[in-house]
Design a protein around this ligand. Structure first.
Ligand code: PAF
Length: 287
């Protein structure tokens, strides 16, 4: 496995691989890999000849007062995990190489970025779409894999890829959960033991919402109220948003149908967690 730190070296390597007819599968991350990331790498391994993982804590997608400085970073830990699942190249650039002095170009997707996480984290998706466009240009992937835990991010990246005619197949992969239901996230490391337990309210409330829907409930307001009660029973929980939306448009829905997805963002103490799940599903399904 090779570790490339330089943007120009990565791009030259990618162009050379393409010229040889190799199919590049790409998993972009901010590092501190967990089993969710490894499942993306495993899927990428099967779908490409060369598997590239990027590790870059992207300053452009963090707002003031967010956790950019404290975001967990450990390249040797990540490299060991990545190698075990057959990664060929880790691209781990410096921020000064990605955004050199005078940098002035941003990619902005309108509409679906103004709701949910976009409403609570202004500028976040502009940072995500800008860095993903740059990573696509540098790594030149045929296929890129993203987790469905970041449901809105995946929808935004799909929109951007279509709108900008980027020649990349964007693939979403199901949420990977701990045995007790907690969605895997690099930010779970911030949770103390008691908060880790309180965080289970997110997945529990999604399971309860599914049960309500399976029993015939179709009012989004009623289901959301049940979710609210489950979350608010936790002393350190503060709801950022709870919404039932159409899975493609992300428009809020009043009546639940086959395309409804429940999306949550909840602070447990200082840690902001997100989770989601399709409501009409047999078992885990969707995300
Ligand atoms: O999901 C993430 O880890 C990041 O938002 C991404 C897609 C790597 C862009 O920085």
């Amino acid at each position: 496995m090779e570790i490339i730190r330089s943007v120009s070296q990565m791009q030259q390597r990618a162009l050379a691989l393409r010229a040889e007819g190799r199919r590049i599968a790409f998993v972009p991350t901010m590092g501190w890999l967990h089993r969710g990331h490894l499942s993306l790498l495993e899927a990428g391994r099967e779908r490409g000849d060369v598997l590239v993982l990027s590790i870059f804590v992207n300053p452009a997608q963090f707002g003031q007062g967010e956790d950019f400085d404290s975001y967990p970073r450990d390249l040797s830990r990540d490299a060991a995990l990545a190698e075990e699942v057959g990664t060929d190249i880790i691209f781990a650039p410096e921020a000064s190489d990605m955004y050199p002095r005078g940098y002035a170009t941003y990619v902005d997707v309108e509409g679906i970025t103004s709701v949910l996480c976009g409403a609570s984290r202004p500028g976040h998706f502009r940072g995500v779409t800008t860095v993903v466009t740059k990573l696509f240009t540098i790594v030149q992937p045929h296929i890129a894999l993203f987790g469905e835990k970041d449901f809105q991010q995946l929808a935004v990246i799909r929109r951007m890829t279509v709108d900008l005619n980027l020649p990349v197949e964007v693939v979403g992969m199901p949420i990977v959960r701990e045995k007790d239901g907690l969605a895997m996230s690099s930010r779970n490391v911030y949770l103390g033991a008691d908060q880790r337990w309180q965080a289970l309210a997110l997945s529990k409330s999604i399971a309860e919402a599914r049960q309500q829907v399976a029993a015939g409930e179709s009012s989004a307001a009623i289901v959301i109220e049940g979710v609210r009660q489950t979350i608010e029973a936790m002393p350190d929980a503060r709801i950022d948003y709870l919404e039932i939306c159409h899975q493609n448009s992300l428009e809020a829905q009043q009546a639940i149908d086959a395309d409804s997805v429940l999306l949550l963002a909840v602070f447990i103490g200082e840690t902001r967690l997100i989770d989601n799940g399709l409501l009409h599903t047999n078992g885990e399904g969707g995300s």
